[in-house]
Design a protein around this ligand. Sequence first.
Ligand code: HAM
Length: 415
Amino acid sequence: MIRAIKGTRDILPPASAVWNEVEQAARRVFGGFNYQEIRTPIFEETALFARGVGEETDIVSKEMYTFEDRDGSSLTLRPENTASVIRAFIEHRMDQIPGLKKLFYIGPMFRRERPQKGRYRQFSQIGAEAIGSDFPGVDAEVIEMVAALLDACGVKGSRLLINSVGDPESRARYVAKLKEDLAPHIEALSPDSQRRVTTNPLRVLDSKAEQDQPIVEKLPSIHDFLTDACRDHFAAVRRYLDDRGIAYEVTPRLVRGLDYYTHTTFEFLHGALGAQNAICGGGRYNGLAESLGSKVAAPGIGFSIGEDRLVMAVEEARGGTAASVLRLFIAPMSDEAFRKGAVLAGAVRAAGASVEVGPPAKLKRLMELANKAGAAYTLLIGEDELAKGSYVLKAMASGEQAHVSEAELVERLRA
Ligand code: HAM
């Protein structure tokens, strides 16, 4: 038997309905903030992620699905979408459109991580990027939008962590200090961290290796290296979050595992998710567009929500996946009744309700089928009903029955 590849999943009904609901909520909430959808390809030139996300990140150095195309070019299944969105922004000269560009996306990403609950090799992200402004008010609004979506999905009790990783100047001073402080411990670090002390010491901070933790804990905080401008930006973001009544925890170690971040970084954690508790990650990336070849500065900020994890949190909040409810089962007692039933079904569906038409059968068998289908109502069509054009509509929960014409049937079941 051929099975789905390790780390990939089939999303089956009724769970797929929750995925659709979450996506509809995202479209609605993001629309309210004037974001529009962008759809980018699922594979890109490998260089985009190597340059955008950073060669020394776990994502690029270990987790990408990279393959050689038949013409010898190196392609990669997108491990994230911010680099692709910025690539599209530059390629389509979106900097020439006046105003802030507010884009959102929903779709699959690919990372070759060790699969476990909440961590997959193909997973889906719901994300957004606001490009073209370095105003801290945009940072606060982007964070507010995540909070609004979690709220719209009924997900309660998430924690928001925020930090500032500063600008290149602050970072250079911090990185120099990290190198200095890590040098005496080099032997005790994991092999990845040993290499990164030279190549990218910030990545040592988000090392997951057990042996690195005691050393990482003693490293200085980036906050002691921020310039005045960086401090001001971070203070403004916090003030604007306070205005919105959004609670947060300042977490100086939150550097996040991608190299493009500047200034604000943030994560939403959720308790229902176990070890993989980050439901959303994001931050500002002021130099990313230039590093990908933009001639103009295009400071941006955005986030990605792990949709698999959001769906888990929604299911947890609801105590499971509710089975989808069929509105009407049409029970025809003859072939002629079946033909009439199919026509009636069309009229009810046009009014927005879901309808199943059973096969011609005896009453007892039809009622069994209606019960199995979990229909809210059953419509009985026999000889008499056909002759009179009046049908028996039964509410399955209460057992109540009424005689209805086609027009009455449609009105009663209108969604
Ligand atoms: P990220 O932190 O790498 O950021 O991923 C964001 C979210 O995607 C995570 O918090 C998690 O919920 C979900 N996620 C990541 N990996 C997996 C996985 N293997 N299985 C299931 N869910 C996963 C980014 O991707 C950035 N592009 C965020 C961003 C947008 N920053 C600025 N704009």
